[in-house]
Design a protein around this ligand. Sequence first.
Ligand code: ADE
Length: 224
Amino acid sequence: MHIDIITCLPKLVESPFSDSILLRAQKKGLVSVDIIDLRAYATNKHKTVDDYAYGGGAGMVLQIEPIDNCITDLKSKRQYDEVIYMSPDGELFNQAMANQLSLKGNLILLCGHYKGVDERVRQHLITKEISIGDYVLSGGELAAAVVADAVIRLLPGVLNDETSALTDSFQDGLVAPPVYTRPATYKGWNVPEVLLSGHEAKINLWKQEQAIKRTAQRRPDLLE
Ligand code: ADE
């Protein structure tokens, strides 16, 4: 898989891809991620990529021309399955969408900033719009990093058996059961007896029951 993240603030996106699981996934050659500076496609000598909104109103708007030039340039090198715009009014991101995107080959994630992008970008250049939640971030950069992280960890080979994504919350429509590690007793607070029993079938049953109980308590909407 290849992911291009287009942004006018590249530094905001870099660090999640320079450490831990996401870095290892790149080193293993399971994914490549390019962070593309939109300003490199600016068409004026000041290298600006935004302008005032027609009709007035507060805030700057990202212009269509540098974005079109950037996407056209990327498309001359690869074919893309989706050109995604990160936006608070996009489709709400969830595990099912992460699973679907993890089956794709190449993705572009376009980050909006300021008041967003010229509407014609959304009408003509974008195939999908994603929101990571009903709140407004300063830009799409953190949202793009969230989506890329959720997708990359699902690629075969990125996680090992112990950290397998199959046991993640939401993968089976339930939140994950509680986990414990040593010591078995701390300040009189005990690890559930069954987890120390070594009885695999009983442990699995306990985990399943806990997942259902937790989901009912915390996210009853998932059980409906
Ligand atoms: N850009 C600003 N807020 C956002 C959000 N909630 N999701 C995706 N992109 C955004």
